[in-house]
Design a protein around this ligand. Structure first.
Ligand SMILES: C[S@@+](CC[C@H](N)C(=O)[O-])C[C@H]1O[C@@H](n2cnc3c(N)ncnc32)[C@H](O)[C@@H]1O
Length: 241
């Protein structure tokens, strides 16, 4: 992790995160700018083609375009896609598990906070590798199940089991959580991603990082066991062979 990932940056991301529900534009603006800065450490984005898998309403689109990229989004959920009004230009409807994209078509395949919502996460990871050109970059970030936020709105009760946490949420609020365990939220581990990456013949694993941590805490993502709890959100940076 480069040393621009300071403690002050972590604090400002955390502050923005607390406004996710009340001011999503602010939160996503901060997160998008931060993602571009993180990616710039690995790739010169100017002139590249980027595919944002599970890009939702395209909150990251402006930041990617401002960085000089040609941005394409992919999103399966029509409601998410149009959450800001009309769908973001350049966004297609589809699943990350079967990307409707030609092999080797993009320079950067990016996905933020999606993998834990996918029933077959390693199929999606394989697809991201497939559509990236040799030499291109795959950036895959998600919340591991055992992270304090692993259960999303049902946290921290997910530590007692996903189904139990879901039932508790329903009992307390009278409604289903937005992220429903076993349907739209799955237990994806950090170790599982590292094992997948190491067994994938088409990529080199450049880094495993705790996405929001300062640079001096980056080591937590390299420690099996600890990384499940302490990374909060884990990022895999991969180079397509
Ligand atoms: C928490 S949102 C993340 C949105 C955005 N990428 C971000 O970082 O803010 C998760 C997104 O993943 C999408 N998603 C769920 N299943 C998916 C799949 N199989 N393929 C691609 N995206 C999926 C959801 O519809 C939703 O838009």
């Amino acid at each position: 992790m480069d040393r621009s990932a300071t403690f002050a940056r972590s604090v400002s991301l955390f502050r923005a995160f607390r406004l996710e529900q009340s001011d999503p534009e602010h939160f996503y603006g901060v997160l998008a700018a931060d993602s571009i800065a993180q990616l710039a450490h690995w790739v010169d984005l100017e002139g590249t083609t980027v595919l944002d898998v599970g890009g939702g309403a395209g909150y990251f689109a402006d930041a990617f375009r401002a960085a000089g990229t040609t941005y394409f989004g992919l999103e399966p959920d029509a409601g998410e896609m149009t959450a800001r009004g009309t769908a973001e230009p350049g966004t297609v409807r589809g699943s990350g598990e079967e990307l409707p994209v030609r092999t080797g078509a993009v320079d950067v395949c990016y996905s933020s906070n999606v993998l834990e919502h996918v029933r077959r996460p390693w199929a999606m990871a394989d697809e991201m590798v497939r559509v990236t050109r040799p030499g291109g970059l795959v950036y895959l970030s998600y919340t591991p199940w055992l992270s304090p936020h692993g259960g999303h709105e049902t946290a921290p009760w997910h530590y007692l089991g996903g189904h139990r946490a879901r039932r508790r949420f329903r009992r307390r609020t009278g409604a289903e959580p937005k992220n429903r365990f076993g349907e739209s939220l799955f237990a994806v581990s950090a170790g599982g991603a590292v094992r997948w990456a190491r067994s994938c013949p088409d990529v080199d694993l450049l880094a495993v990082l705790p996405r929001y941590h300062p640079w001096w805490a980056a080591w937590v993502a390299r420690v099996p066991g600890l990384r499940e709890f302490a990374s909060w959100n884990v990022v895999l940076v991969l180079r397509r062979r």
